[in-house]
Design a binder for this molecule. Structure first.
Ligand code: PHE
Length: 365
């Protein structure tokens, strides 16, 4: 468009002015940055009239060079200035158009996705895990489908111990495989002792299974937290201190614990741990005018079992019982949450209604 052959003629005022006019018209007409680039190439590029004119200057006689150089230089400068100005205007227009096209109407209603909530058991297990890891303990895990040897024999259960009965334990076919759904988290004690170097300080949260009723206070699947410490010079005092710390971290500083003598095959001596009722603080005991629903006016709530690890268990794991001793404890997590949150019915924990989780959210943490 409007190209002239400059090889034949020396650029003069008229031809340069015409080229500038053509270029400015094309620039003004460019409606997009892409069209503007094309116009720039066509009217001020190396092969345009002005580009070639610029190149021709070097071949001119010295007396012509200065005037033509000035003429062409000013012309190109004017064209470049027009291009820059147009480029800015086009960029601004294009940005405005883009912003307009991508406009978001923040007043439109949003799609409502129902939000879940952390289950109170999960929240409690995480909370307890944090309390122990803060003391340098580790979290250990074991399978829910467990070898009968790890669930019973290695824990010093005699072959005729009643816990092994079909009425208590869910065995898994075929019987000769000796597999069962673990009835407690204590087999993780054995796994930890077999797999880890001493000293061992582990807590192990997880599901356990028993052939139990399904009602407000029993679930056939529930959660336990197991703790095991094996080191040199471990005593009952360490166990007591650890459980007190856990109870206070979970229920607040004014909670009290007590131990009652008990029997477990894998601990000796053994005890059951109770929590002082944090609702009535024991004041409902023998006081029919002030009954307490939380502890059923007993003043204490059963929390779990504990004891000094039976040396036979340590020996079964190849540990020198003259050098090492340990303590262990295990408690029901569902019961703990129930107690802590005054939740009346254990079935709410498994029925999957998010409103239940939401109602305990934050509280259980
Ligand atoms: N495993 C026992 C139970 O399920 C609890 C327990 C754990 C007792 C560790 C002593 C030591 O009842």
């Amino acid at each position: 468009m409007g190209q002239r052959d400059v090889s034949a003629e020396v650029p003069n005022e008229a031809s340069v002015a015409e080229a500038v006019a053509t270029a400015l018209a094309a620039i003004a007409q460019a409606a997009t940055t892409a069209e503007l680039s094309a116009a720039k190439y066509e009217h001020n590029g190396d092969k345009s009239f002005l580009g070639l004119a610029n190149r021709a200057i070097g071949g001119l006689a010295p007396d012509e060079r200065k005037a033509v150089g000035l003429l062409v230089g000013q012309a190109r400068g004017a064209v470049n200035a027009a291009i820059a100005e147009r480029a800015e205007a086009l960029a601004a227009a294009e940005l405005a158009a883009k912003l307009q096209a991508e406009r978001v109407d923040v007043t439109l209603p949003v799609a409502q996705h129902p939000q879940g909530a952390i289950h109170p058991i999960t929240a409690m297990l995480e909370r307890v895990g944090d309390i122990f890891t803060a003391m340098g303990w580790e979290i250990a895990e074991g399978p829910e489908l467990e070898a009968s040897w790890l669930n019973f024999d290695a824990l010093n259960f005699t072959p005729d111990h009643p816990a092994r009965f079909l009425s208590d334990t869910l065995f898994v076919d075929p019987p000769e495989a000796n597999k069962l759904m673990r009835t407690h988290t204590s087999p993780v004690q054995i796994r930890a002792l077999l797999e880890r170097d001493l000293p061992v300080y582990v807590v192990s949260p997880g599901k356990v299974f028993r052939a139990d009723e399904y009602d407000a206070t029993h679930l056939p699947v529930f959660h336990q937290l197991e703790g095991l410490a094996v080191d040199k010079g471990i005593s009952l005092a360490n166990l007591r201190g650890t459980l007190d710390h856990l109870a206070k971290a979970m229920f607040g500083d004014d909670i009290d614990t007590r131990m009652r003598p008990h029997y477990f095959p894998f601990t000796e001596p053994s005890a059951e741990v109770d929590l002082k009722c944090f609702v009535c603080h024991g004041e409902s005991v023998g006081n029919p005018d002030r009954p307490c629903r939380t502890c059923r006016s007993e003043g204490w709530i059963e929390w779990g079992g504990c004891g000094i690890v039976n040396p036979r268990v340590l020996a079964a794991c190849g540990i020198d019982t003259d050098v090492y001793s340990g303590f262990a404890f295990g408690m029901g997590i569902d019961r703990t949450v129930m107690f802590r949150n005054n939740a009346p019915d254990l079935r709410d924990f498994v029925e999957g209604d998010v409103r239940f989780s939401r109602s305990l959210k934050g509280d259980a943490r």
